[in-house]
Design a protein around this ligand. Structure first.
Ligand code: PLP
Length: 357
């Protein structure tokens, strides 16, 4: 069976060797040596000033909303994973959806301003499939209207824009290290703040608000990464270059062999170093998609309709019309892309895709 992704695993020996260090200290969480080592490695690799490793990629979004003191309406994208919208609602704010750009699939920056009211406190947008939002335009609009900016950068491990890590844009950026993501710790994530002051606030928020053992800065929650998670991350980390190279080969294969007269593909923004995280194709209609999906399923290949459905359809949302997102989410399919995917399988997959008419 071939799924959209397959979790990259180092050898068990490699994992155990790192795990043994946790065993030797008897220290399983509360920012032990492994979490600190992982943070240090990621800071260098990503070339960023601050990082806080977290237990998943959703709590950082919620913590960012809380720590920035956001209230009222938050402008967001309907084309993301549910965690983007659910975090807004969970924090007692209201998501206001702005439609997406049909080629880049990120929030349409030209439509943001029209959605701003005196209730708007922030923009929470997703860099989709590793393809960044129009961060400079968004920053301009945000400055003009005194709004905070949070980026759900769950897909963006290693992505740069104009030579700078994409995690350095927005007041806060968040990432996911879930097992299905490019770099992973099983479950895990991280958050990144622009300013040291905000970094410090996020830091204590993720650790119950502790200042020290007996004093508190204020409110907090528990979003700490454990040593067990960090150990897996440290075992995966040395493979990052290989993982990205291997994925690039598959992306190249798709790019060279799929008939793009029949499909639209993701347009990567200029000045972006992309990370080969997903390979979506957009069909001419949902019917075509369902037909091809069925044929692929018949040979035991299971791509994923991602993101589907579009988030303005969630049951706890007041329905709102986002034409582009709603249309594209019905017609988009993410193809299998993972280390170890064989060329013979790629050939079978592209044959079905090219012969669907
Ligand atoms: C994976 C993902 C998340 C959630 O991350 P978890 O680590 O699973 O909590 C949030 N947003 C997007 C866009 C994602 O793809």
């Amino acid at each position: 069976m071939i799924n959209i992704t397959k979790t990259f695993l180092p050898t068990q020996e490699e994992y155990n060797a790192i795990l043994k260090r946790a065993w030797d200290t008897g220290w399983m969480t509360n920012r032990g040596v492994l979490v600190q080592e992982l943070e240090a490695k990621l800071k260098t690799y990503l070339d960023i000033p601050h990082i806080i490793a977290t237990t998943n990629g959703t709590l950082p979004i919620q913590i960012a909303i809380k720590a920035l003191g956001l209230t009222g309406d938050i402008i967001t994208t309907p084309f993301s994973y549910v965690a983007t919208t659910s975090s807004i609602v969970w924090e007692g704010c209201k998501p206001v959806f702005v439609d997406i750009h049909p080629d880049y699939l990120t929030i349409d920056e030209t439509k943001i301003e029209a959605a701003i009211t005196d209730k708007t406190s922030a923009i929470l947008a997703t860099h989709v499939f590793g393809n960044p939002c129009a961060v400079e335009d968004i920053e301009q609009v945000a400055k003009k209207h005194n709004l905070k900016v949070i980026y759900d950068a769950a897909h963006c491990f290693g992505v740069t824009f104009k030579g700078k890590s994409i995690f350095e844009y927005g007041d806060v950026s968040t990432c996911s290290f879930h097992a299905t993501k490019l770099f992973h710790t099983g479950e895990g994530g991280a958050m990144f703040a622009q300013s040291k002051e905000l970094h410090d606030r996020l830091y204590y928020y993720h650790n119950f608000g502790h200042k020290n053992k007996e004093e508190y800065h204020g409110l907090g929650i528990n979003a700490k990464m454990s040593e067990l998670q960090a150990a897996l991350g440290l075992a995966v980390f040395p493979y990052m270059e290989t993982i990205i190279e291997e994925r690039k080969k598959i992306v190249d294969f798709y790019n060279e062999n799929i008939n793009f007269e029949l499909y639209d593909k993701l347009r990567i923004r200029e000045d972006v170093l992309w990370n080969f995280s997903y390979f979506p194709i957009v069909f001419d209609s949902e019917d075509s998609l369902l037909r091809v999906l069925k044929q692929l399923n018949n040979i035991d290949v299971f791509p994923r309709r991602y993101f589907y459905p579009s988030l303005e359809n969630l049951p706890y949302i007041n329905k709102r019309n986002c034409e582009v997102a709603s249309d594209i989410s019905k017609k988009i399919l993410c193809l299998p892309l993972f280390v170890g995917l064989q060329e013979e399988d790629l050939i079978k997959i592209t044959e079905i895709i090219n012969n669907h008419i």
